[in-house]
Design a protein around this ligand. Structure first.
Ligand code: BES
Ligand code: MN
Ligand code: ZN
Length: 496
């Protein structure tokens, strides 16, 4: 789809579909909506007066101009109450309107930016949010099945009357386009079936990013990992039929004048639990257990597209976790690449194993911050709920505050949880430096304190188990992989 920003009057556009907006409680629209209302001889005011539309959030009214202006239809997106209106409201309004436009078989859509009028949101951010809500909502996964032909919108034009705002709006829209591309990649990788989104396929996705944007790439297999003493990563990979891949992407690899940030994503392309096998019920959801790796690849793509002034490293240890004659077992003692030994209690606590070697590998870059993302524990889902927020653990308060702010700005929310040493006692082992799992209680805390043993730099862990996949679509997040983490990380990196 073609996305652009132009100076002009929305009511004069030749697009087949126009999008304007309305706050709850407004009876006579002003601004761009008012201009369209006038051109339509008060058709919008009439809808309001008759109670057909009220401007409440999520509402999309439709008016048919019948020749009074070039467009075939005008959609009026409800913005809700003016008081608590914010960028998330912009994204939601844009999403509701564009989805309605697609349903109505719109091809060319022209829209105003939501929130820059009486709401007074920053112009650049409002334009970014309008484009982001639009692009994220239009995402569809190309599933392998026969389908009825579906309508695709071919162009989306943001129209601004005030010439002086256009340049800033363009900046915001460019950012949105890059973010939506990274997010779509992450969603695609999660949505692919696990026999397709193999470690090899993830490495191919990384290779494509590297080639398109000139990033340095390393893809290590079993031998490479053995040479790096990655016993924890290899333990999980031992039972895998698919070859494991340890992926490293580097943006601005050779720049020693820039701050270095390392992203690490859990890349379990399917988690059966291994010998500690999971119950049948819902096991298919474990195709999303590479959601962390997908978010890291998506964020690397966006960061490269925006050419962020950072030395940014993306690490994704990828493997299946399968039961097999060769699989690692409970009671095995494994040595990670930093020399620490791990007693296996459950082979289903495999994410922290692959992350352990990923986190140790991050150290060589002398990072200012290392952030890992992982669909790590069911306990985090129990604690925070499904589709609500990621659990956040950090050894660095400033880092934590920055991520909480990024969570608020993007509505990819994170919630801080404690890293107390009490959790370390729970995973104390008699035969190794630690166990890979504790008991039933405090499962998210014990997973995080385990990871901490492999870090010695400012570090943050995000448990995205509850937010990587959604069964029901909502707003600009259709059902399936959410791409959670891409928008959050990019916001964090942009603000760095
Ligand atoms: N991939 C799972 C965690 C998970 C659960 C992700 C639900 C998404 C939704 C992880 O590898 C796992 O199996 N964790 C175990 C850890 C336990 C064995 C210590 C869990 O949470 O039960
Ligand atoms: Mn598991
Ligand atoms: Zn897992």
């Amino acid at each position: 789809m073609e996305v652009q920003v132009i100076q002009g009057s929305i009511q004069e556009q030749t697009a087949d579909t126009l999008i304007v907006n309305l706050f709850e409680g407004v009876t006579i629209p002003s601004g761009a909506t008012g201009a369209v209302d006038k051109a339509l001889n008060g058709a919008i005011s009439e809808l309001i007066a008759n109670g057909d539309i009220s401007g409440k959030a999520g509402e999309v009214g439709v008016v048919y101009p019948r020749g009074l202006i070039p467009a075939k239809r005008v959609l009026i997106a409800g913005l809700g109450k003016r008081d608590d209106f914010n960028l998330e409201g912009v994204r939601q309004a844009a999403a509701a309107a564009i989805l309605r436009a697609r349903e109505l078989n719109a091809k060319a859509v022209a829209s105003i930016v939501h929130g820059t009028g009486i709401a007074g949101l920053p112009i650049r951010l409002a334009a970014q949010a309008t484009a982001e809500g639009t692009l994220l909502a239009l995402y569809r996964f190309a599933a392998a099945k026969e389908q009825e032909p579906q309508n695709e919108i071919v162009s989306f034009t943001i129209v601004e009357f005030d010439e002086s705002k256009v340049a800033e709006m363009k900046g915001g829209v460019d950012t949105a386009v890059a973010i939506a591309a990274g997010n779509a990649l992450a969603r695609d990788l999660v949505n692919m079936p696990p026999n397709v989104a193999t470690p090899t396929r993830l490495a191919q996705a990384a290779q494509e990013i590297a080639e398109a944007h000139n990033l340095k790439i390393t893809v290590g297999g079993r031998k490479w990992a053995a040479k790096h003493n990655m016993g924890a990563f290899l333990a999980v990979a031992k039972g895998a039929g698919e070859p494991p891949k340890f992926i490293v992407l580097e943006h601005n690899a050779d720049r020693d004048d820039l701050d270095t940030i390392v992203l690490v994503g859990k890349g379990i392309t399917f988690d059966t639990g291994g010998i500690s096998i999971k119950p049948t019920q819902g096991m298919g959801k474990m195709k999303s257990d590479m959601g962390g790796a997908a978010a890291v690849l998506g964020a690397m793509k966006t960061a490269a597209m925006l050419d962020l002034p950072l030395r940014l490293i993306g690490i994704a240890p990828c493997t299946e976790n399968m039961p097999d004659a060769d699989a690692y077992r409970p009671a095995d003692v494994i040595t990670a690449s930093n020399g620490k030994t791990i007693e296996i209690i459950s082979t289903d606590a495999e994410g922290r194993m692959v992350l352990a070697d990923g986190l140790v590998y991050a150290k060589q870059y002398e990072p200012k911050a290392v952030i890992d993302l992982a669909t790590l524990t069911g306990a985090c889902v129990i604690a925070l709920g499904e589709g609500v927020a990621a659990g956040l653990f950090s050894t660095d308060e400033a880092l934590q505050n920055k991520m909480v702010a990024a969570g608020k700005a993007t509505h990819e929310r994170v919630w801080p949880l404690p890293l107390w040493d009490d959790y370390l006692k729970i995973i104390k082992s008699d035969v190794a430096d630690m166990q890979n799992a504790g008991g039933r209680f405090g499962g998210v805390g014990t997973s995080a304190i385990f990871l901490k043993q492999f870090t010695d730099y400012p570090w943050m862990h995000l448990d995205i188990a509850g937010v990587a996949l959604t069964e029901k679509g909502r707003g600009y997040v259709p059902a399936g992989g959410t791409g959670f983490g891409v928008r959050l990380l990019v916001e964090f990196l942009l603000a760095w």
